[in-house]
Write a protein that binds this ligand. Structure first.
Ligand code: ZN
Length: 433
């Protein structure tokens, strides 16, 4: 039989090779065919573990139900969730994971260096001169990486993301489920596993199969970062689309007449305070972030995110958008600006704090494994934010991955194993009297 590590590692390497980048411009859910491919593979693997009740919904949610141990049927139903898609920010196709069996603690040049013989070598250390512009993982700048010396890590080839976000989470959940199925001495209540499409775009959420989840008491997403980190509060998140309509006339006769929608959008973007941007903030500070700008003389559009842990402060930013809109109209007579705001997800802190046992069980399971947890606010959200809003408290657990949404993404294999152990321990902890 495969060892735990092999099986977890093998799964992870299988999953990251499937191209599951989601596409925010595609209306359908899932937004990319690779998500179906991964979902079908998971269905097959879950069935091979002996789980009879596995379902794939019409919108590509995979739902698997593990029956309770005999005599434990009345224990609370627990969920574990991870997402199928990867972020659009960097390429996610042809991911070539590089497995470093024993990390030597040196700088890692991603994509490797070209030697005199023309051979490309992945994961070259600092002894080889990097190609100009090659991304580098530097342990001096990243204590988390330095701490992996002597351990197994996996990084990218330098041109794509890795997809540990969230395929590390998927591999951990499925491996843990395999262990729960195989080891009858592990007593547990009913467990449901949920693998969701289009988390990164937020477009999977409207199709969340809540009605299929029954009386779910608590859920945990495996979608976090460094070992030990647990997230139980997240941003309140809104997306705004700002539409600019210009006043167009032949450019030869434009003097005093033209209202140029391109410039209106640009003027609006520059009104967003730079001190309230993702690049200028951290911790509990919120921000505005333009994410897309498009258009021409006549029409232009700007998409932006508003994020804040404090709901009132998020709403103040929404109100400010209207003021910026009026200011742009004043600068461009004849032009009009319209702001459309949609809520994406809400801070889960309050809901989770109403059910303290959800974090208490997690703390207890971690204590038994000898690991200490640290709480950290997520400067983002997860599918767990949505589930929490629906009344199922859903904190987020580390996966062992780092530098998500970038070509510098990497994952610690021992930390993945700990995440997997934690799932098993958590399930059995919940089943105790
Ligand atoms: Zn994620």
């Amino acid at each position: 039989m495969e060892s735990m590590a092999d099986s977890l590692l093998d799964r992870f390497l299988r999953y990251v090779r499937i191209w599951t980048t989601s596409d925010k411009h595609v209306e359908a859910t899932p937004s990319s065919p690779g998500q179906w491919e991964l979902a079908r593979l998971l269905v097959e693997e879950l069935r091979n573990l002996g789980i009879g009740n596995v379902e794939l919904t019409e919108h590509c949610y995979v739902i698997a139900r593990l029956p309770a141990s005999s005599g434990y049927e009345s224990k609370p139903l627990l969920g574990f969730m991870a997402h199928l898609d990867t972020a659009q920010d960097v390429p996610g196709r042809d991911v070539k994971p590089v497995v470093v069996e024993r990390y030597d603690g040196k700088k890692i040049v991603l994509g490797g260096a070209i030697f005199g013989n023309g051979a490309a070598v992945s994961g070259g250390s600092e002894a080889t001169a990097p190609l100009p512009g090659s991304p580098v993982l530097d342990p001096e700048a990243d204590p988390g990486l330095a701490a992996q010396k002597g351990k197994m890590i996996i990084h990218t080839g330098g041109t794509t993301l890795l997809g540990a976000d969230d395929k590390a989470g998927i591999a951990e959940i499925i491996t843990a489920a395999g262990r729960l199925m195989a080891r009858r001495e592990l007593k547990h209540g009913p467990v449901v596993l949920i693998f969701s499409p289009d988390e990164e775009t937020g477009k999977g959420l409207p199709f969340f199969p809540q009605e299929k989840l029954g009386d779910l008491k608590a859920c945990y997403t495996l979608d976090g970062g460094a070992m030990g980190e647990v997230e139980s509060e997240c941003f309140n998140a809104y997306m705004a689309k700002v539409y600019f309509s210009g006043k167009v006339i032949h450019l030869g006769q434009a003097r005093g007449e033209l209202a140029n929608a391109c410039l209106m959008a640009a003027a609006f973007a520059t009104m967003l305070p730079r001190s309230e941007s993702p690049e200028a903030t951290d911790g509990y500070y919120g921000y505005y972030c333009p994410t897309e700008i498009s258009g021409g003389l006549e029409e232009a559009a700007l998409e932006l995110y508003i994020r804040d842990f404090d709901l009132n402060r998020a709403k103040e930013r929404i109100a400010a958008l209207e003021l910026f809109a009026r200011a742009v109209e004043a600068q461009f007579p004849g032009g009009t600006v319209k702001v459309d705001v949609t809520a994406q997800y809400y801070n889960m802190k309050e809901q989770i704090s109403r059910r303290p046992e959800v974090l208490a069980k997690l703390e207890e399971a971690a204590r038994r494994l000898g690991i200490s947890l640290s709480r950290k606010p997520i400067r983002g959200g997860t599918d767990g934010s949505r589930l929490t809003e629906l009344g199922v408290p859903t904190p987020n657990i580390f996966t062992g991955g780092r530098n998500f949404h970038s070509v510098k993404e990497w994952v610690s294999v021992p930390d993945m194993e700990i995440a997997c152990d934690l799932i098993v321990e958590l399930v059995t902890t919940w089943a105790e009297p």
